[in-house]
Write a protein that binds this ligand. Structure first.
Ligand code: SAM
Length: 200
């Protein structure tokens, strides 16, 4: 770990595997459809860790004003090819806007933020949202930070530690956690924690 806020080995993994990772799925899941259904038509959405750009493509096709970003230059390039528009290379800790977005979509990406840095990143997202703005993020559940078999760092939170990290980041008018089971690029089935929050 070289900084408190991101893991360079994890970003290097995504850069190396950018083509394979970007080609791994085409469909946006029902969770994204539910998220979009709660936003006004044409709402302004920031996507963090957009990967190959599949979710951004679905949001753009649905008429939303999307800003896709990713911390891996290789994956940002793959997303750019899919979307036919610029994708900003941006690490989470570089988010520095205030009251700019109606929604922040962070599918399966904040799970790579070092545990101690998570409240800082969540506070940046809180600040970037307009009041009443919606925020979705998904995490792999566990009992603390560790690496998977591919060398990627995960924060593996408990429900309690995740609630504490969100609580430290700002005031949320709504904070709903749910869980299910799902796979990942490493082929391992795990419990996932999904968090839907509304800025207070
Ligand atoms: N959201 C995409 C999806 O659902 O297919 C990609 C998910 S992938 C598991 C995690 C993504 O987070 C990768 O695209 C990776 O480059 C990005 N990422 C990891 N650490 C990051 C960081 N510190 N800042 C910005 N992006 C990061």
């Amino acid at each position: 770990m070289d900084t408190l806020l991101h893991d360079s080995d994890t970003l290097a993994f995504y850069d190396r595997e950018a083509v394979a990772y970007a080609g791994r799925r085409d469909q946006a899941g029902p969770r994204l459809h539910d998220f979009l259904a709660r936003l006004a038509p044409g709402a302004r959405i920031l996507e963090l860790g957009c990967g190959g750009g599949q979710d951004a493509a679905a949001m753009i096709a649905a008429g939303f004003d999307v800003t896709p970003t990713d911390g891996s230059p290789g994956l940002a390039l793959e997303a750019q090819k899919r979307l036919g528009r610029p994708v900003r290379v941006m690490k989470f800790e570089e988010l520095d806007e205030a009251g700019a977005y109606d929604g922040v979509w962070a599918n399966a990406c904040l799970l790579h933020v070092p545990e101690a840095g998570l409240p800082d990143i969540l506070a940046r997202i809180h600040r970037a949202l307009k009041r009443g703005g919606r925020f979705y993020a998904g995490f792999k559940a566990g009992d603390g930070g560790d690496r998977d078999s591919l060398g990627r760092y995960y924060n593996f939170p408990t429900e309690e530690s995740l609630r504490a990290a969100y609580g430290a980041a700002g005031n949320w008018a709504e904070l709903e956690l749910s869980h299910d089971r799902g796979g990942g690029f490493d082929g391992v089935m795990r419990q996932w924690l999904h968090v839907e929050a509304v800025r207070g």
